[in-house]
Design a protein around this ligand. Structure first.
Ligand code: GTP
Ligand code: MG
Length: 318
């Protein structure tokens, strides 16, 4: 299938060259970046870029590469029934998510340090690779440990020894992004690896915290929110166009304006919250951990208990 952007009407060699400089080389890139960014890169009117995105999407749709946007409700019902969920193999948390994480969706997992966000993502990654599926891991905090993946693989009895674990470990494409420039650059270049590997799961661990650290002071707030909004648009589009699950973890802060109840809230503001299909809050409670489905198009607010142990996240043993 021809994915070149020059098949779009009005995209000539000059535009192709400009787009290529910013890593936009395929119809997927046009869609993932969206018309606002494509217009900025090329200096084209937004209305024209809108048409490019629309037509690129139409081609992908006609080729059966992405979900049809004009399904009837009955078709949609059938489609959603047959969707392939990836379970984390902790019954309580899987129940909370109706079986696991779904493709074409974004999940925000937020909570204080040590609440289990990274361990949750690692456990899901292990489930994916043990089923011979690929994973992309973008690490903003330098907390990804291949040894931990090997341990979880062994503890969950997917492999016998380290040697066997190596085969599975290769299924994770790892990117370290020590600052926001690296993070944005990596996300922009991701479609290349995604097209080759067709990952089931894309993890961005520690995404928003970096912006908070780097953009200090009130004056930079608008700038920061613009960058975060752009990242969120890309993540949402990656999930949809590449039919994978995108999970991003987020830190929390204490909101002094909340007088009653839990003052903990995720950072990044509304742009972050609205980008997620599902938002899950992780909380420590003594030795146990609690996952709360905070926002979902189909779940009520509910809690699940889990433990952190050698197997990653697992059910609490009474
Ligand atoms: P931040 O990234 O700091 O915001 O925290 P997080 O929410 O990502 O926490 P993470 O998932 O890294 O969980 C850390 C906790 O997991 C530790 O405090 C340990 O209790 C537990 N943990 C991590 N590794 C292991 C392990 O190998 N064995 C066991 N039993 N527990 C572990
Ligand atoms: Mg972490």
């Amino acid at each position: 299938m021809e994915l070149n952007i020059d098949q779009l009407e009005g995209v000539g060699p000059v535009t192709v060259k400009k787009l290529k400089q910013f890593g936009v080389t395929s119809l997927y890139d046009i869609c993932v970046r969206g018309s606002k960014e494509v217009a900025e890169i090329t200096g084209t009117a937004k209305a024209k870029a809108d048409v490019w995105v629309f037509n690129a999407q139409k081609i992908l749709e006609d080729e059966g590469l992405i979900r049809k946007t004009d399904m009837t409700t009955l078709e949609l019902l059938e489609y959603q029934k047959n969707i392939d969920t990836l379970s984390v193999k902790c019954e309580a948390v899987d129940d909370l998510m109706s079986g696991g994480v779904k493709p074409e969706c974004t999940y925000e997992v937020y909570g204080e340090f040590g609440s289990g966000k990274t361990q949750f993502c690692l456990s899901l990654a292990v489930e994916a690779i043990s089923q011979e599926k690929n994973v992309v891991w973008v690490d903003c905090e330098d907390t990804f440990r291949p040894t931990r993946v090997i341990e979880i693989l062994k503890e969950r009895e997917y492999v016998k020894d380290d040697e066997e674990a190596m085969k599975y470990l290769e299924k994770i494409d790892y990117f370290f992004t020590p600052n926001t420039e690296q993070l944005m650059g990596t996300i922009n270049a991701l479609s290349d690896v995604i097209l080759r590997k067709k990952p089931r799961l894309v993890v961005i661990d520690g995404s928003i915290g970096q912006f908070r650290e780097e953009y200090l002071g009130r004056g930079t707030l608008a700038d920061r929110q613009n960058q975060i909004a752009r990242l969120m648009t890309h993540l949402k589009n990656i999930a949809f166009y590449f039919k994978c699950t995108v999970i991003y973890t987020n830190q929390v802060m204490s909101d002094p304006s909340i007088m009653f109840g839990d003052p903990t809230k995720p950072i990044g503001g509304n742009v972050v919250g609205h980008a997620a299909t599902y938002r899950i809050y992780f909380k420590k409670s003594g030795r146990k951990h609690i996952a709360r489905m905070v926002d979902s198009p189909e779940h009520p607010v509910a809690d699940a208990q889990f433990a952190l142990d050698a197997q990653g996240i697992s059910d609490v043993k009474e």
